[in-house]
Ligand binder design. Structure first.
Ligand code: PLP
Length: 425
């Protein structure tokens, strides 16, 4: 098949007419579907319901060090939960702080603390500086960008390559500009592209020589165990930084939000000994400690890494048909017409689609008018502005399979329509 842009104009006009009439039919069906946020479906959540049976009033609610989990104490988490995350992330338990129910919350707090008190090695709190800049590999996670935008940082877009952020650009920028204080990273199954950083990229991160002495890599390992097919392997940045003598440069985050329950899981932060000491000195004023009963429930349920792996296999069984449906439909309906490019991820929560330049907003609008909500076009870029107006993040996890199929039919139709409109304009 010829790509749409190479077909004769009269033929494109004819196709457009057909697509318009199909669109009107779908619009009349009164759809009300949501493919906007990366949330698990209720059947996926059901897989974790056993967590509720892990603690009952007859249980001894003590952590292994004897702490009564019903009471105050243990600012940085119960030992067995730290061990579980230590195994999951490959980071020593003493470098881990267990938080509340959200890693995003811990990231916000980390930036907020840096503003008011600096990080380990800062000469002054970041808020005393005239200008702070932050690197944002894009497409990326909108909520990361929103945190640093809220605090008034200048956000700098970094191009994402197929093996991670453009490291030539990252190295060039951080080594020359001391106003650049950090970078957002989702190193495994990145949100939204599902890319895992290559060994070379991780090593280059560990060997960064930033002009700012208090530069931090925000390593958001949100999808560390979220494999669908053969797992991508991510090099351990902690080991690499240790070997390079740069262990103070990285803050790592993770949570069980997409393992157990979003909003009711357990979140963690990991950092070097120097960082942990500085963070705890502030955390001890902020909090008497997080929810230890939830930590205990999670440890009793998962037990160890094997437990987590088995659990994630069950989740993959629910998710694989959804990912396949989306990627198969994109390939069948749009690839040959030259209307999309995308990376088929081996895990994570999203499929990131590039439609022809200048068409993303139009596609999202057409879908919305026909009852399907997508992530806003541009959301995957700093300030919500995609310079090419091309990237759309598809979140296939939430709708049931039958609804996802309908939503994807509409999506493909809208891409065809927007593509034809652009070619004919
Ligand atoms: N980090 C990334 C990359 C995410 O995609 C998400 C949720 O979609 C989060 C963090 C949110 O994690 P939490 O629920 O632990 O705050």
């Amino acid at each position: 098949m010829l790509k749409l842009a190479q077909q004769p104009r009269e033929h494109i006009l004819e196709l457009k007419k057909q697509w318009e009439s199909q669109y009107s039919e779908m619009k009349a069906a009164g759809l009300k579907l949501d493919m906007s946020r990366g949330k698990p479906s209720s059947s996926q959540l059901d897989i974790s319901n056993g967590i509720f049976d892990c603690l009952s009033s007859s249980d001894v609610m003590k952590a292994e060090d004897g702490t009564d989990c019903r009471n105050y104490g243990l600012l940085d988490g119960i030992p067995e939960a730290k061990r579980l995350f230590s195994d999951m992330l490959g980071i020593p338990a003493q470098n881990i702080i267990i938080g509340g129910n959200s890693s995003l919350n811990m990231m916000f707090d980390a930036i907020s603390r840096a503003m008011t008190h600096g990080v380990y090695g800062s000469k002054q709190p970041w808020m005393k500086l005239d200008k702070i800049k932050f690197l944002c590999p894009s497409p990326g996670y909108d909520r990361h960008f929103a945190i640093t935008e809220l605090f008034g940082f200048e956000l700098i877009t970094i191009k994402m390559n197929s093996d991670g952020p453009d490291m030539d650009e990252v190295e060039r920028l951080v080594s020359n500009d001391s106003a650049i204080k950090g970078i957002w990273c989702v190193p495994k199954y990145s949100n939204p592209e599902g890319i895992t950083y290559s060994d070379a990229v991780v090593k280059r991160f560990a060997h960064l020589k930033p002009a700012a002495e208090d530069f931090r890599i925000f390593w958001d390992n949100a999808y560390a165990v979220h494999d669908l097919y053969i797992a991508d392997q991510l090099l351990n940045i902690f080991d690499e930084c240790k070997a390079a003598g740069t262990e103070d440069m990285v803050f790592e985050f993770a949570s069980t939000s997409k393992i157990s329950f979003p909003g009711s899981g357990v979140a963690v932060m990991a950092a070097s000994e120097n960082n942990i000491k500085q963070i705890k000195s502030i955390l001890t004023i902020q909090s008497i400690g997080p929810d230890k009963l939830n930590q205990l429930r999670h440890v009793k349920y998962f037990k160890n890494m094997d437990g987590i792996r088995q659990h994630m296999k069950k989740q993959a069984e629910v998710l694989i048909p959804k990912f396949e449906l989306v990627t198969n439909m994109l390939e069948r309906e749009l690839t040959e017409l030259g209307l999309v490019s995308f990376h088929k991820p081996n895990g994570g929560y999203f499929i990131s689609v590039n439609v022809p330049n200048g068409c993303a907003k139009r596609v999202v609008q057409l879908c919305k008018e026909a009852g399907v909500v997508l992530t806003a076009a541009g959301a995957t870029y700093p300030y919500g502005k995609d310079p090419d107006d091309s990237n759309i993040r598809i979140a296939p996890t939430f709708p049931p399979l039958s609804e996802l199929k309908t939503a994807m039919e509409l999506f493909c139709l809208c891409v065809k329509l927007a593509g034809a409109e652009k070619i004919l304009s």
